[in-house]
Write a protein that binds this ligand. Structure first.
Ligand SMILES: [Fe+2]
Length: 265
């Protein structure tokens, strides 16, 4: 089956963020998906749906995403609010009480969208309750293929600034998935950069943001001097089958769309 994966929309109903226009960028992504990938089954959005968690931002975001030809699977990032988001978006019946964490049963296997939100913090958390749900869900899946999405990375990605705000209890998370051959891939957001690798034998991919990109680690930078890099946004086309996963990140619009040219080169 085919999925579209987008991350870190940082949507707000008006104005720019760090010289980038979240409405124009999202509209470009929606137009691209509708033109080229309307045959996908879902569009997974791996958190930071809104820049600031307000009812107005989520209402406008939901209106825009209604234009998508395919259903979306919303997730929370550190910028999001579970209750405000859930008030505007339908989530599968499998969703946990109190967390935006759920599974989607597909012919290829299970898509698990995890909730790593720690309210009020940049870093994420994976508490005992969410960990128990994941363990039980993976146990019940037996040997069915599982594709995991989560906002915060459970391990360092070689990005010093972002790695300081990764998932608390990352080791707990990794212990749950380690050794399960049916866990095919981890798809993470949050870092606004492309990174791929393996952790404890499980392959992972981090995806660029729909809105703005974080510079590479060198030359060194910090949040006080942070300026987005001049790199185009990407989404990914994911093929999820019982015995394979392919992830193709691709540029859905030029960098210039929705920018005022203030990024660093
Ligand atoms: Fe983000």
């Amino acid at each position: 089956m085919k999925l579209i994966w987008m991350s870190d929309l940082h949507f707000q109903h008006s104005g720019e963020i760090l010289g980038h226009d979240p409405q124009l960028r999202l509209d470009a992504a929606i137009a691209y998906i509708n033109q080229h990938h309307s045959d996908a089954s879902y569009c997974v959005i791996s958190g930071d749906m809104a820049e600031t968690a307000t009812a107005r931002n989520y209402a406008d975001l939901a209106d825009r995403l209604d234009q998508l030809a395919i259903p979306c699977l919303p997730m929370v990032g550190n910028h999001d609010d579970r209750d405000l988001l859930r008030a505007q978006f339908q989530v599968p019946d499998s969703c946990m009480d109190g967390f935006l964490q759920y599974s989607v049963d597909t012919p290829a296997g299970l898509i698990l969208c995890l909730d790593t939100l720690k309210p009020g913090a940049s870093e994420g958390e994976f508490c005992a309750e969410r960990a128990r749900w994941l363990t039980n869900t993976l146990d019940a899946a037996q040997d069915r293929a599982v594709l995991l999405f989560l906002h915060h990375s459970p391990m360092p990605l070689g990005l010093p600034m972002q790695d300081s705000a990764r998932l608390e209890h990352g080791a707990r998370f990794l212990e749950i998935i380690e050794g399960r051959a049916n866990v095919r891939h981890l798809c993470v957001g949050h870092v606004h950069r492309s990174v791929t690798g393996t952790i404890r034998g499980v392959p992972f991919t981090a995806l660029r943001s729909v809105l703005y990109q974080a510079p590479p680690p060198q030359p060194e930078w910090d949040w006080n001097s942070f300026t987005p890099s001049v790199e185009a946004p990407e989404l990914a086309v994911v093929s999820f089958e019982q015995d394979s996963v392919t992830i193709q990140p691709l540029q859905f619009c030029p960098y210039d769309v929705g920018t005022s040219g203030r990024g660093q080169s």
